[in-house]
Design a protein around this ligand. Structure first.
Ligand code: KG4
Ligand code: ZN
Length: 334
């Protein structure tokens, strides 16, 4: 079964053709990062306008690279939430138009399910049940994936997402957007134990996240140093901040896996592209006799192949949409 998948929830216009869930025939990503760099973050209206300009070309290229025509695909899948609503609407209305014109089933996909399913593409033997840490610019969730269609959110953030904290700290340090890769690079020459930034546990279970405290602590640290006329060591700040975030993300993931007696853990989302985070989780998994997987960098950040993969399992569960499908900015996972 060949699915044409479309993703436009944030600042990547993406289309892919995926066969039987895990065989990626094409995966085209048109990123707007350079456009938003000037603003230090994603400007929603600018993102929507760029999506509408690019989406037809991106889809044409995805079909051409997969060497299939629209009439040869079996279904059209699209991210319908969560995300920036104006950005999502471009993908949703395009997918609806294509499904209507080509008389194909329309499969609505939750963006976070897509991130999680990215793991199936590269690890065909990796199957539910497992516990996945999904950390991106908009979300920080620990999700219990009970089977291909049953997801339970075990923990989430009460304020900022992990990626958002990376982006904000990067901006304060003058390292630019997106913050994650910039902080990771700057941190390479820093001491991760130079400054003790806070590690916060939230919620009844203690597994919920809060990243606004660590972000504020970094900002206060920099302001204090400036007021005293002291020079700051950006590399030490970046490394210490990154270390604090990794301690919390990896710690909660492992503790959740222990609590739910799961021997399989996974990472997903843009922050999962962070090398020290991947390495820490891999080490902790090994120490605790757990199987660990994480998508390659290209499948961690937003892409449509992951949406095509998730769509396959949605389709098999009969979850289709009709022409009333709408975008839902804060779509819950369930
Ligand atoms: O999944 P994604 O592409 O988009 C959303 O769904 O939000 O994630 C983007 C986020 C940004 O906040 C970016 O700074 C972060 O992922 N990110 C990273 C790294 N690469 C991207 N964070 C930490 N380390 C990285 N190497
Ligand atoms: Zn994402």
């Amino acid at each position: 079964m060949k699915i044409l998948a479309i993703e436009s929830s944030c600042d990547e216009t993406a289309a892919a053709v995926v066969e039987d869930g895990t065989k990626v025939l094409s995966n085209v990503i048109n990123t707007q990062i350079d456009l938003h760099k000037a603003f230090g973050g994603v400007v929603p209206e600018v993102a929507s306008r760029k999506h509408i300009e690019n989406i037809s070309d991106v889809i044409d290229i995805a079909l051409a690279e997969a060497e299939v025509s629209l009439s040869e695909v079996d279904a059209i899948a699209v991210t319908y939430g969560p995300g920036l609503v104006g950005a999502l609407l471009v993908g949703v209305s395009t997918a609806k138009a294509l499904a209507f014109a080509a008389k194909k089933p329309l499969i609505p996909v939750h963006h976070i399910k897509g991130h999680i399913c990215a793991n199936y593409i590269e690890y065909p033997d990796f199957k539910p049940p497992f516990i996945c840490l999904v950390a991106s610019g908009g979300h920080s969730h620990i999700v219990y994936v009970k089977d291909y269609n049953t997801y339970e959110v075990l923990a989430k953030t009460g304020d900022d997402a992990a990626g958002e904290a990376f982006d904000k700290v990067s901006r304060v340090l003058g390292l630019g957007y997106p913050g994650g890769p910039a902080i990771q690079e700057c941190a390479k020459s820093g001491n991760p134990d130079a400054i003790r930034f806070p590690r916060v546990n939230m919620g009844d279970s203690g597994f919920d996240f809060s990243f606004s405290g660590v972000k504020t602590a970094v900002i206060n640290y920099i302001h204090n140093a400036e007021q005293k006329g002291l020079e700051i060591n950006k590399a030490d700040i970046a490394a210490s901040f990154q270390n604090a975030v990794i301690d919390v993300l990896s710690g909660h993931l492992i503790e959740c896996a222990k609590k739910y007696k799961t021997k399989r853990i996974a990472l997903a989302g843009g922050v999962a592209a962070n090398r020290p985070l991947r390495e820490r989780c891999e080490r902790l998994a090994h120490e605790n006799n757990m199987e660990f997987v994480c998508p390659s960098m290209k499948l961690c950040t937003d892409n449509a192949a992951m949406i095509g993969c998730a769509a396959y399992y949605e389709y098999r569960a009969g979850k289709l949409a009709d022409m009333s499908l709408n975008a839902i900015a804060n779509l819950a996972l369930g």
